[in-house]
Design a binder for this molecule. Structure first.
Ligand code: PRP
Length: 207
């Protein structure tokens, strides 16, 4: 069964409110996306596996840990790009696999226009980055692509979602946990999340 994690961290709530505000300019929007992605990535990586590691401090030996798992990060273009930098600040050694999808405005179905996935996976876990989980079509298609190259552990990190999107992704891929800053009310009749934040791609890139 899918695990849905909606952050209740005060900084996430504060920053998401600023992100939603229609008066937030592009520059601040990008900065907030970066910060929110970092905070949600911190929450989504709580179960990463560690191995023991001893280090020498100036005062002697200390028993510590080393994060062991190899990670792939999958930003879904365009909007997911704004989450990449924050995630890479926490996880500087990840592989980045770009996927380009846009949603057809009439059918609301995802259309793929770019794919830089390897033919076979060499990572143990993949983190999908996309701020908006609306109908869930793009997220489910991205998970399909990752499973096709052999990725076994996948997590979805978004910012906001409609219940319809969560339901679709969870039904299609119950093994993929979903990390969000907010679960919003609904989709409107043109497939936008309400109250949402508008179009995350347009607001980042000024289009
Ligand atoms: C948005 C968003 C998701 C998708 C979500 O992308 O970033 O990828 O829509 O919708 P869904 O859950 O109904 O599939 P968009 O098509 O606006 O492209 P963009 O990121 O290039 O602006």
């Amino acid at each position: 069964m899918t695990k849905l994690h909606v952050s209740n961290h005060p900084l996430v709530r504060h920053k998401l409110t600023l992100l939603r505000d229609k008066n937030t300019d592009h520059r601040s929007f990008r900065e907030l996306m970066r910060e929110l992605a970092l905070l949600l990535c911190y929450e989504a990586t709580q179960d990463l596996q560690l191995s023991p590691k001893v280090v020498e401090t100036p005062m002697g030996s200390a028993n510590g840990f080393k994060a062991e798992e190899s990670i792939g990060v999958v930003p879904v273009l365009r909007a997911g790009l704004g989450m990449l930098e924050g995630v890479m600040q926490l996880l500087p050694n990840v592989q980045v696999w770009h996927i380009g999808l846009y949603r057809d405005e009439e059918t609301l179905r995802p259309v793929q226009y770019y794919n830089r996935l390897p033919e076979k996976t060499s990572v143990q876990i993949c983190l999908i980055l996309d701020p908006m989980l609306a109908t869930g079509g793009s997220a489910a298609a991205t998970v399909d692509l990752l499973k096709n190259v052999g990725v076994e552990r996948i997590k979805y990190i978004g910012l906001i979602a409609a219940p319809e999107g969560v339901e679709r992704l969870s039904k299609a891929h119950p093994d993929v946990p979903i990390y969000l800053a907010s679960l919003d009310e609904r989709l409107n009749d043109v497939g936008f999340i309400v109250p949402g934040l508008g179009d995350a791609g347009d607001r980042q890139f000024g289009t």
